[in-house]
Write a protein that binds this ligand. Sequence first.
Ligand code: F6P
Length: 327
Amino acid sequence: MTAKPIKTIGVFSSGGDAPGMNAAIRSVVRTAHYEGFNVIGIYGGYKGLLDENFKSLGPRSVANIIQRGGTILKSGRFLEFHEENIRKKAVNILNHHGIDALIGIGGNGTLAGLKALHDESHFPVIGLPGTIDNDIYGTDITIGFDTAVNTALEAIDRIRDTATSHDRLFIVEVMGHSAGHLALQVGLAGGAEEIFVPETQGAIEQTIHRIEQSVRSGKLASLLVIAEGYKGGGAYDLAKMLQEKLNLEARVCILGHIQRGGTPTAFDRTLASRLGAHGIKLVKTQTFGIMAGWTAGKECSVTLDQCLKENKTLNRDTLELARILST
Ligand code: F6P
């Protein structure tokens, strides 16, 4: 069976936005145009698809966005897309509008939606990894992670100043969903005394003991980084525990959505530009059901199947290194 020729590509962003998504959209639109494809922007993620919120995009539509955070295509979470009948409806809409292939930018939820369309209806799909969490298997790094790390780091450096002036203990909570990649990177780069990640549970007693020792050894200001997904409790629970067990007063700072916004770093802009172009290359060669990822400093192609079957592991050596370096 010969593959259907692709003339028009739909592009959308979905899930939590991530800095660099705009650079990816720009790259998709412009490389597609260069290769002779038409592009239709789908506004508002999977919900926008169902609402037929479409607009044709040309090279000029994506001018002046490479440096902007967020996503011009808007984003969102649409739980109804877990239903097969909704996905069937989506495929009918895509066919009706003459959209022959779909490129989605987002995290695991976005990739799962694409995989379902591909598996059930053989619809040609490509995924681009865009999330500040960096929790997608098959790519060393996701679009938005580097910017989020730098944003959190800037905040941490500022907190360190006031912590030092007041000889205080601070607990800083970072995002990351149920993974600790963001916390680990931020903690290592920010010289955190302890890093609490969801991947290592149950070591809280040991950690409390280490904090006690560090205070006794004369460390008057300390900064602890905790991932929002840490299962042993949140930042406020940890502060309470330190107060009860060590009689230490800790201040809490939850960085929250600050980490999702802002100008993408040079790294995120180049990563997004290259992955967008790689996505179009995959469309050109009719290689679908794939995520355009990044491994060992260059583009790679990973099946959506594989991306979603495996969990990205946290680098335990780096966690240990952060510990050694904070003594
Ligand atoms: O996936 C990105 C992310 O920012 C996670 O780190 C966080 O858990 C979640 O999204 C927050 O989602 P929302 O903006 O819907 O509250």
